[in-house]
Design a protein around this ligand. Structure first.
Ligand SMILES: [Zn+2]
Length: 114
């Protein structure tokens, strides 16, 4: 009897089980929703393997190749982050066209010039 009850409780709380009965159902559910996305397998932008882990706020590291990069607070890539990357790339391309930034500088800086 007691065993059955315990099992049902664990299934419902998931990762928010560490909070016990505290903070309220809605907040604990929100935590579970975020943590499920945070702890899911994310692909590494360098080696493509799904072993990227969060090591701090917005800091992500691949356990296989050791590549560390910045991203969203709870997920490695956010829609807003992608939009800002596109805007930055466009601005840099415009800069190379009118000569604010030279093509050589961009190639020396790496990835954005590709
Ligand atoms: Zn990697």
């Amino acid at each position: 009897m007691a065993k059955k009850q315990k099992r049902r409780k664990g299934r419902k709380t998931k990762s928010a089980g560490r909070f016990g009965v505290r903070y309220g159902t809605r907040i604990r559910k929100a935590v579970v929703a975020i943590e499920e996305r945070t702890h899911a397998a994310h692909n590494c932008p360098k080696c493509e393997r799904g072993s990227v882990k969060r090591i701090g706020t917005g800091i992500w590291k691949c356990a296989k190749c050791g590549y560390t990069f910045s991203g969203g607070t709870y997920v490695p890539q956010t829609p807003l982050g992608l939009a800002s990357q596109r805007a930055l790339k466009r601005a840099v391309e415009k800069g190379t066209e009118i000569g604010i930034v030279s093509k050589e500088t961009m190639e020396a800086e790496g990835e954005l010039g590709e």
